[in-house]
Design a protein around this ligand. Structure first.
Ligand code: BES
Ligand code: MG
Ligand code: ZN
Length: 485
């Protein structure tokens, strides 16, 4: 898909897109003309109310796609993005190749904001995962070119940013949607190295031997049941060389979560190729930082393994020694994410020494039970970090809610025979339990844990986020890094 900014309407062959509030439709129907809506034949509007996300095609010398915005004074950034998504869905459905979008003036928003939200919504919705469809079954194709007509003088740079964010969100979705047979720890690490090289990022891959010599015992324990080697990918971006401070980001990279000996039942395992969503998101954030030349220093650590079962798989009741030195009793082999993250966090703190650590993980089913698919959970040891992620969230529309680290929860991760257990002694508050386990592996570094179990993968499309991999968290983490001071 190509995105472009232009200042005039000379787009031959493109379908013109016009956003319109319901009030203006009434005026048009009464014969009151508004210069922005010139060219719309009033009689074509008889069934169109201008309700939010209502789309109509008006055929003519130049075809017009009309998109209602409802009561424009009630719009917010997310609802504007989703108006954009409605247009893209209609355009894909009607097999339109090229759109020329007239950016409307919306009260309470600057022209720049409106352009940003509409371009993001339209572009992020223009996605299909059809890698495995042979030609006759491919179905709808994404729109090829979208030109945004705006008088804003920053239009070029806004569209440039939307383009980078969209391309990387699509890469992230593709990696998550792709099969575990194709994206395994070894191939993920190879892709990460290739992407890093192309983007000018420094990438180091730790293979099994290196992971053994570093004594990452928890990652190795989870890997035991798998025929494929584990990997740890470290990616370094230095956008502010005079500044010694580094931000540390970690993504859970379980390329398939069968549950291990505590095997998942049918119905719970089918989508577990998405258990590397945190890893893919972190990789794509690093790529975005480099392409946007963000003035920050960031190091990513991505632990990668499958969680499989075999004669050599790790067992409930086993005890393993972590990179940090703490011993862990395995209460449940399906609580594997916290194990690989524990080693990654301790490694990050010791060998990178960042000023803060953010980890992103599809960690608990309990998170989906609590918040559903549209809201992520986070816990943090640092209120400043929490406030920066909150404002990033309101800017990007990637919703989240904070859960507490009350002392009441500390006891539940105790083990009788090891330093701690990976399984809570109580069934409830599962998302907090996972985070409480992780916290034992964090030293003094301010830390934030984001559980994206619900938001990374949708059971149905919603607005500009498609069914299956959503790419949730890429814009959020990017925005957070840009705004951290
Ligand atoms: N990857 C899963 C969590 C998950 C569940 C992600 C549903 C996305 C959708 C994780 O490894 C897991 O299996 N967690 C267990 C933990 C439990 C055994 C303590 C869970 O949530 O059931
Ligand atoms: Mg699991
Ligand atoms: Zn998992």
């Amino acid at each position: 898909m190509k995105l472009k900014a232009a200042s005039d309407l000379k787009q031959n062959g493109a379908v013109r897109v016009i956003f319109i509030e319901d009030k203006s439709i009434q005026e048009l129907k009464c014969g009151i003309k508004n210069k922005n809506h010139g060219g719309i034949p009033v009689d074509a509007l008889s069934y169109f109310n201008g309700d939010i996300n209502e789309v109509a095609l008006i055929p003519g010398r130049q075809n017009i796609l009309l998109c209602g915005m409802g009561d424009a004074s009630k719009l917010n950034p997310e609802s504007i993005r989703n108006c954009g998504a409605s247009v893209t869905a209609a355009a894909m459905d009607k097999k339109m190749n090229e759109l020329a979008v007239v950016i409307p003036e919306i009260k309470n928003f600057t022209r720049e904001q409106t352009l940003r939200y509409i371009s993001e919504g339209m572009a992020l919705a223009n996605y299909r995962f059809d890698r495995y469809k042979t030609s006759d079954t491919k179905g709808e194709k994404p729109v090829e070119k979208i030109v945004f007509i705006s008088s804003s003088k920053n239009a070029q740079s806004i569209i440039h940013r939307t383009e980078i964010i969209t391309r990387n969100t699509f890469l992230c979705r593709d990696m998550i949607n792709d099969t575990s047979d194709s994206i395994n720890p070894v191939s993920f690490a190879e892709s990460a190295a290739a992407i890093s090289k192309k983007s000018g990022l420094k990438c180091t891959v730790l293979n099994r031997e290196k992971i053994e010599s570093k004594k990452m015992g928890l990652l190795l324990a989870v890997n035991r049941g798998s025929l494929i080697e584990p990997r740890v990918v470290k990616i370094e971006y230095r956008g502010d060389v005079e500044n010694p401070k580094v931000i540390g980001v970690i993504g859970k990279g379980i390329t398939f979560d069968s549950g291990g000996m505590n095997l998942k039942p049918s119905g719970s395992m089918e989508t577990m190729r998405s258990d590397m969503s945190g890893a893919a998101t972190v990789l794509c954030v690093m790529k975005s930082l480099a392409e946007l030349k963000v003035k920050r220093n960031v190091t990513a650590v991505i632990p990668l393994t499958e969680n499989m079962l075999s004669g050599n798989a790790y067992r409930p009741g086993d005890i393993y020694r972590s990179y940090k030195g703490l011993t862990v009793e395995i209460g449940n082999t399906d609580a594997e994410g916290r194990l690989i993250l524990a080693d990654a966090i301790a490694y990050m703190e010791k060998e990178v020494g960042p000023e803060l650590i953010v980890d992103m993980a599809t960690l608990t089913g309990a998170c989906v039970v609590t918040f559903g698919e549209t809201v992520a959970a986070y816990l943090s040891t640092d209120d400043k970090l929490a406030s920066v992620i909150e404002s990033a969230s309101s800017d990007t529309g990637e919703k989240l809610w904070r859960l507490p680290f009350f002392e009441d929860y500390e006891d539940r991760m105790k083990s009788e025979i090891a330093d701690l257990s990976n399984m809570s002694s109580e069934k409830n508050a599962g998302t907090i339990a996972g985070a409480v386990f992780l916290k034992k592996f964090v030293g003094k570094t301010p830390w934030l844990h984001l559980d994206i179990a619900g938001t990374a993968w949708y059971s149905k499309a919603r607005g500009y986020r498609p069914k299956n991999a959503t790419g949730y968290g890429l814009r959020l983490l990017l925005n957070m890094i840009e705004n951290w001071k």
